[in-house]
Design a protein around this ligand. Structure first.
Ligand SMILES: [Fe+2]
Length: 391
């Protein structure tokens, strides 16, 4: 017997933000990032809808990219004073993930962050508040996942905090909110959604539900990402990408991810490379690496009109360049010296990352280093090390 984990209530479609008018409660803290939600008017709209529902609001703004545990403690302090019965994460994934951890520390002020790094260690939530997620980017699917990625800057490590307790009670998937998303964010978050679909499909705990969501999400990304990047005000393409992001999130909440994410978490934490951009570089080579143990890639290739595993990997490389994403880690200005200095550290941490346990092929540290090195240079990975230049 298995349980399907999904956000409690899901509202989707352009304009669905208005559902906030129907929320029942007394006080809400809205947690957001820089200024994009304010500038686009989305934050004001959300506040107005909550006020119309008779809910008093307070805003925590300024969550940084790749939020730290310190930010989460700070937000929890504000919540302890205000005592909300709803926490609303609104904005990019960083804002929503930070809001999830603020929620934990609000409910459990003495909770130990280090102890929660162990998967499924978050204590029972909803003693004080419930959680609404309103994403403004179409990639992580955090609005339906039991995952929050928090960065320890001192150690240079990104920790995926994994617990179904963190799965939101309400998710609002409103493509209109994404219209102001810059092209490069649309592009790399969309490739993150694509990665979720691929990794969930070949996970070693794959299941029928995740399979259908992964295939559906993958097709939507291939059909809509270019259009969303090139014509940002095309709300239909925006909504499609937002739906695909949710589908990828729902797929991986129930099948989990693989070593693309394990590798990316390290490069993101140490060098600040955007998560989706990292994934898009690692994914084709990880597909090649995993193909030795998983026979499922040709099924995915068929979804996009291709036949073989290699054609799938190459189609991803083509899409990646069509939406102007980098094809090598070195393009982010990381010197070979810095890379080599950190390679052992990254590969060892990647092996310990919770996502590695769900990868269809069990990697060694040496193999992870080989994939890292091929992707640093933008080369095609093969069992005989690195052969050809990638697209
Ligand atoms: Fe991701």
């Amino acid at each position: 017997m298995s349980k399907l984990f999904i956000a409690g209530e899901v509202f989707h479609g352009a304009g669905s933000l208005e559902e906030l008018k129907n929320i029942k409660g007394k006080k809400a803290v809205l947690v957001t990032g820089g200024s994009s939600m304010k500038k686009s008017g989305t934050l004001d709209k959300a506040v107005a809808y909550l006020n119309a529902a008779g809910i008093e609001t307070k805003i925590y703004e300024g969550v940084e990219e790749d939020p730290s545990s310190e930010t989460c403690f700070k937000g929890a302090e504000m919540m302890k004073e205000f005592q909300p019965d709803w926490i609303v994460g609104i904005g990019g994934c960083s804002a929503i993930d930070a809001a999830k951890m603020m929620w934990v520390f609000y409910e459990y002020p003495d909770a130990d962050f280090e102890a929660m790094i162990k998967p499924f260690s978050v204590p029972t939530l909803r003693q004080k508040a419930k959680f609404i997620a309103i994403p403004s980017t179409s990639g992580t699917g955090t609005e339906t996942t039991g995952l929050a990625v928090i960065t320890d800057r001192e150690k240079g490590v990104k920790y995926p905090i994994v617990s179904y307790e963190l799965t939101p009670d309400v998710a609002i998937i409103d493509g209109e909110i994404c219209a102001s998303m810059p092209a490069h964010v649309t592009s790399n978050t969309g490739l993150d959604a694509l990665t979720h679909c691929v990794e969930a499909y070949v996970s070693n705990i794959d299941n029928n539900f995740a399979d259908a969501l992964s295939k559906g999400g993958l097709k939507i990304v291939f059909d809509n990402l270019k259009e969303a990047v090139q014509n940002p005000t095309n709300i239909a393409a925006r909504q499609n990408m937002h739906d695909a992001s949710f589908m990828g999130g729902l797929a991986f909440n129930n099948a989990w991810l693989g070593i693309v994410h394990s590798l990316s978490h390290q490069v993101g934490a140490l060098f600040g490379v955007p998560h989706g951009a990292c994934n898009a570089i690692f994914l084709p080579n990880v597909i090649r690496f995993n193909s030795k143990e998983s026979s499922r890639f040709p099924d995915l290739a068929k979804v996009i009109g291709k036949e073989t595993t290699e054609e799938l990997a190459q189609a991803i490389e083509t899409l990646r360049s069509e939406v102007n994403n980098q094809s090598a880690i070195k393009e982010f200005g990381i010197s070979r010296e810095d890379w080599d200095k950190n390679l052992d550290f990254m590969a060892n941490n990647a092996l310990l990352d919770p996502c590695t346990g769900f990868n269809p092929r069990k990697p060694s540290v040496e193999e992870l280093k080989d994939i890292y090195n091929a992707c640093y240079e933008g080369l095609v990975y093969s069992e005989e090390k690195v052969l050809n230049a990638a697209l």
